[in-house]
Design a protein around this ligand. Structure first.
Ligand SMILES: Cc1cc2nc3c(=O)[nH]c(=O)nc-3n(C[C@H](O)[C@H](O)[C@H](O)COP(=O)(O)OP(=O)(O)OC[C@H]3O[C@@H](n4cnc5c(N)ncnc54)[C@H](O)[C@@H]3O)c2cc1C
Length: 394
């Protein structure tokens, strides 16, 4: 059987390829593009948030994607709060929320409207190599550009990595009242299993996501127990939960060692495969967020002319890696130089920095001044240089 031919094939219908699809179609509406996803719908069971500064900036494909992404947003706020034992702050920065459900709706509509669009749901991809994608059914798809974004590997304990793990409850609130603005971190709670904080995200009238998160040394997550803690936190803060609508959880690697290596792409005469999203290492090493970096990759893929695509992706990767290296250094400080019970002090100090620095840190676009602000000055209490030295020698 001869393969079905496209200009681009997107393997995995999650956040990364959602952004790639939107960016490609914004630039080239007639592109023949196939999106292949193993699940029955796109987007999975996720709520994604991003700050305004995380959107790709610039003209051309970046601007078009920044505009297109707003169709995915289900809720937004202009301010967020953070709370620590001795310090609270309100940050002024647009904050946007995307749900997997919304991503599914919008991407289907975009593909329906695109003359060259094809959607294959419930379709397992078994092999990806330049020019060629093989499906479990035996069908073969061909294209010069393939973006392989099949998501993060299953979390297993490994060296040089800490973990951000969380359980979120999407809840309906009695009386239809929702919190006024997001709480990015409430670290006034008991510190358990590493740095622990609660995250509260208003999702519209009478809806919120309440998430219990830990920066821990272990990927083990007792989902039911942590969900019960999130529920108890909400009740204690006066959020009267009428119903839990949905539950989500995640265990994301927070690396503090090594580098991610060469740009995650393979190219030969048949075409180019770019490994995107979490699978390719296009994520923020400290926050675990993919959105800002995945959006930059999507805009780059949409903008690059055929002959320059490989070089453009390599260049983007080099910039990402340079910034990621600094973030890994901070992770190392957090996980190796502070005991689990003291980690909150590092974050408390971070949130005292100027808002621009906080914003650029989230976007993984720190300037030299930002880096100096983050590491210079009086270290937070609890720094264990001696302990760290012994551990490093071992
Ligand atoms: C619950 C949760 C909340 C998160 N919140 C945020 C957030 O707020 N902001 C943020 O930036 N990051 C967040 N993250 C981090 C998250 O890893 C990334 O944001 C993002 O989902 C990664 O995008 P991706 O496209 O690489 O992978 P995914 O979004 O996981 O998409 C991968 C897709 O590939 C499909 N797939 C896998 N294998 C195959 C196959 N063989 N054949 C066909 N399809 C396949 C999967 O079914 C899935 O739909 C969150 C993670 C979790 C788990």
């Amino acid at each position: 059987m001869s393969p079905a031919c496209f200009d681009a094939i997107l393997v995995g219908g999650g956040l990364q390829n959602g952004l790639v699809l939107m960016a490609l179609l914004a630039q080239k509406p007639k592109l023949r593009v196939a999106l292949v996803e193993r699940a029955a719908r796109l987007g999975g069971n996720h709520t994604w948030s991003f700050h305004g500064a995380d959107l790709p900036h610039g003209s051309g494909a970046a601007a078009a994607l920044a505009e297109a992404v707003m169709a995915l947003v289900v809720a937004q706020c202009d301010e967020q709060e953070v709370h620590f034992p001795g310090f609270s702050r309100t940050l002024a920065e647009p904050y946007h929320v995307i749900t997997g459900e919304r991503l599914d709706q919008v991407l289907r509509a975009r593909l329906d409207a695109a003359p060259g669009g094809a959607l294959r749901l419930g379709t397992e991809v078994t092999l990806v190599r330049p020019g060629r994608v093989e499906l479990e059914s035996g069908d073969v798809l061909a294209a010069p550009l393939i973006v392989d974004a099949r998501g993060p590997a299953v979390a297993v304990a490994q060296r040089g990595v800490g973990w951000q793990k969380f359980v979120g409850l999407e809840v309906e609130l009695a009386g239809g009242v929702a919190p006024a603005r997001p709480i990015l971190m409430d670290a006034t709670v008991e510190q358990l299993d590493g740095y622990r904080f609660l995250y509260v995200l208003p999702l519209g009238p009478g809806r919120a996501l309440v998430e219990d998160t830990m920066y821990s040394d272990s990927p083990a997550l007792a989902v039911d127990a942590v969900a019960a803690r999130a529920f108890a936190y909400a009740s204690a803060r006066g959020l009267s939960i009428a119903r839990v609508v949905r539950r989500e959880h995640g265990v994301l690697p927070i690396p503090w060692r090594g580098g991610a290596g060469d740009a995650p792409l393979v190219a030969d005469s048949a075409g180019v495969v770019v490994t995107g999203g979490a699978a390719g290492g296009w994520f923020h090493p400290t926050t675990g967020y993919t959105f800002p970096i995945a959006a930059r990759l999507a805009a780059t893929l949409a903008e690059a002319a055929d002959g320059e695509l490989v070089d453009r992706v390599r260049l983007l990767w080099a910039v990402h890696e340079r910034r990621a290296r600094f973030a890994r250094l901070l992770n190392r400080m957090l996980f190796r130089h502070f005991s689990p019970g003291d980690r909150w002090r590092v974050l408390e100090r971070f949130y005292r920095l100027p808002e621009d620095t906080v914003r650029r840190f989230y976007a993984l676009e720190m300037s030299g001044v930002d880096r100096a602000r983050i590491v210079c000055g009086r270290p937070p209490r609890g720094l264990r240089l001696a302990a760290q030295t012994r551990e490093e020698v071992v």
